[in-house]
Write a protein that binds this ligand. Sequence first.
Ligand SMILES: NC(=O)N[C@@H](CC(=O)O)C(=O)O
Length: 437
Amino acid sequence: MSNYLIRGATFPDGTAKDLAVENGLIVEKTENAEVIDAEGLRLLPGLVDLHTHLRQPGREDAETIETGSRAAALGGYTAVCAMANTDPVADAAGIVEQVWRLGREVGLVDVQPIGAVTLGLNGERLAELGAMAESAARVRVFSDDGHCVHDAAVMRRALEYVKAFDGVIAQHAEDPKLTVGAQMNEGEQSAQLGLAGWPAVAEEAIIARDALLAAHVGSRLHVCHVSTAGSVEVLRWAKGRGIRVTAEVTPHHLLLTDELAATYDPVYKVNPPLRTAEDVTALREALADGTIDAVATDHAPHAREDKECEWAAARPGMLGLETALPIVIRTMVETGLLDWQGVADRMSHAPARIAGLTGLTGNGRATSGAGAHGRPLAVGEPANLTLVDPSARWTVTPDGLASISRNTPYAGLELPGTIVATFLRGRPTVLDGKAQA
Ligand SMILES: NC(=O)N[C@@H](CC(=O)O)C(=O)O
């Protein structure tokens, strides 16, 4: 394994200095190293995505663990949490172990499987949570994402169960009775377009209920893809009461609004739907003040036939891995809402902590097995790194992305920030902006 000397990079705190890498670790100094001139570049701890759909097993025509891992590395990620809504559903030890092993074989990012909360995502019977936690994949995050765990008694039992291994339930907050037939955000736009609406209250009511359930059983709740100003208020209230709730926001909910539905282009169809400009403002403020803990991509690749069709027939979801950091730079850094320390926190430290990937248990002891992510950029730590050119600008082209699918909502958009290099345990997975495998 080569040694590297990253020369003159600007660390999250704004200081510019060298960083040496040897045998996968950050070291004091190194000899015979390959030198990377990083003057003017930003160094971040390797990014961690809490919410990635890799589509394998089942929809390898839309994405595979290999193509999704490549997209992740090119986006600056060193770890991604793979959602359970595959086919078959990741609701048993054998399946999460398979996903985990395939991720290791590809070796571009650490693929940390998320286990389903209920068998087959049916919302009724709990999946094998304990067996998945004890498996080689060491699952800590459980989610029926794509579906809400809508039965309060099932949710309560799941929250109670995962306490035994410091797990967390990541809820897709959507009261299904309030979103039957929904096509977009419920509001002025949906009324004008004549499309059935997905009201904000369908999200907010579930977050409030689950926060109360988490408090009642003393467990940990994570809220997926928060999308409304009302949800932010509920989260503020819950956190103010000391409830152990964390939340994520997607890059697309930080930038895009429901006015895009007027194009009837299904590339803008997503769940939860794009909301209003007021919601976007509230989400940005909540990410800045820490009410929302993390940015998560909800990278949701879809095959052409599932997107290039009528709006009503199209599947919800959009690509996100390769554009996430540029969107955060545009919406949060260039607007002065978040500094680079904040970016490191919301895109690496916090998601790693929520997903149990920091290599430390809740009581601070090191765990075995899991790779350590979201750690400080300090001597002795694993060299999981992302090197960014914040001043470079690039234009998104669907064919220029590494994903198999083409459903990016940003085609033709110029974005700030290119990923120059990504290192996974001291090995470059991206160098000079190119994937290394
Ligand atoms: N976020 C999305 O719009 N889509 C997700 C699942 C879902 O939440 O519907 C997908 O798996 O495609």
